[in-house]
Design a protein around this ligand. Structure first.
Ligand SMILES: Nc1ncnc2c1ncn2[C@@H]1O[C@H](COP(=O)(O)OP(=O)(O)OP(=O)(O)O)[C@@H](O)[C@H]1O
Length: 333
């Protein structure tokens, strides 16, 4: 699960040379320094083909800098990156037409309609056949659900509509890989749902999607795989299921007698106890969980703690993150 390897070597490298056959993105000790600031620190990332890969980390953890290196927008200070099997930024001209990217919001002309924006994007692509342009743009608008708003000026679009128009621009030609930097940032819940549904649809068609986010639940909802960044460093990567189960399940007790419950649970080795309203949660001691739970419940009842509910919660990605970093996740960023 852990993506570390010898600095400068490909994480999945074999004696035959090429790393991770099924990987669409691979980096080896990828590093970016801005003056004294180490923005990305020896990153070894492997993004499997066909995955929806969540690149997770709080603001400032190096996600955008990594994406900009992957897309050949900035040069790494050291280390290497391969996208679709080719070295970046060297192979950019060959690789980038196969990659759709939405980085830091789409560049739209507000005075043009959604449709005219897409016509312009399409016209800027020298390989796009002008005879089929209108059909391509129509299909892209349909795809992101903007057909009925296609004639409206882009400046009148909501943020979610602008993001969808940006995605439509990225989807004017078939792509093997989509790279989306915080695609739901600033969107309302409805806008978020729309983007997530689109991402799922694209993944179902076989497009690999690499998306950055600082929202744990977003990653849990749409991603198959994830990597967790903090302060420029990769903490872990793997399937979302692996990451979530790597964190131990927590005990949760609902009771009006929270103080007494905390005392009893502490005595029985439950640690990291937190109380929110009438809910006490804590980390179970290592050992046979089934027997422990029955004993714990009996101990609470003996101490006259009135228990409304008692059980374990599935560990979330957030628990995994807290366990990895020893700190909470700053979702407000
Ligand atoms: N052009 C730059 N010059 C100097 N420092 C930079 C530059 N770009 C990024 N940094 C610094 O590098 C670190 C990582 O930034 P980066 O934008 O990659 O993080 P991020 O995880 O994408 O966060 P955010 O979600 O806020 O964009 C930050 O400390 C940032 O201040």
């Amino acid at each position: 699960m852990e993506g570390r390897s010898k600095p400068g070597s490909w994480p999945g490298a074999t004696s035959e040379g090429a790393a991770g056959e099924g990987a669409v993105i691979e980096t080896a000790a990828l590093t970016k320094r801005f003056g004294r600031q180490l923005a990305v620190d020896r990153l070894d990332l492997v993004v499997p083909r066909g995955s929806v890969f969540g690149f997770l980390g709080p603001n400032g953890s190096g996600k955008t800098t990594t994406i900009r290196m992957l897309m050949g927008l900035i040069e790494p200070t050291s280390g290497a990156a391969r996208v679709l099997g080719q070295e970046m930024p060297r192979a950019g001209r060959r690789v980038l037409p196969r990659v759709g990217a939405l980085i830091e919001g789409p560049a739209l002309y507000g005075f043009l309609s959604g449709r005219d924006n897409l016509l312009r994007f399409d016209a800027a692509d020298p390989t796009a056949d002008p005879r089929t342009r209108a059909a391509r743009v129509g299909a892209a608008l349909e795809r992101v659900g903007l057909t009925s708003a296609a004639g409206k000026k882009a400046r009148a679009y909501s943020l979610g509509m602008k993001q969808r128009l940006g995605l439509a621009a990225a989807l004017l030609r078939p792509r093997e890989l989509l790279v989306l930097d915080e695609p739901t940032n600033g969107l309302d819940p409805q806008g978020m749902r729309e983007i997530r549904a689109l991402v799922r649809g694209l993944a179902a068609e076989g497009t690999t999607v690499f998306l950055s986010s600082h929202l744990l639940d977003e990653i849990e909802q749409v991603c198959t795989h994830a990597a967790v960044m903090a302060q420029g460093r990769l903490l872990t990567q793997g399937t979302v299921r692996e990451l979530a189960t790597s964190a131990r399940a927590r005990l949760a007790v609902t009771t009006p007698d929270t103080a007494e419950a905390v005392r009893v649970l502490k005595e029985h080795g439950v640690h990291d106890l937190t109380v929110t309203d009438d809910r006490v949660t804590g980390e179970l001691p290592p050992g046979g969980p089934a027997a422990d739970l029955a004993d714990l419940n009996a101990a609470l009842v003996r101490a006259d703690v009135r228990v409304r509910s008692f059980g374990t919660e599935r560990a979330s990605l957030e628990d995994a993150f807290v366990a990895l970093t020893g700190e909470g996740f700053d979702v407000a960023g």
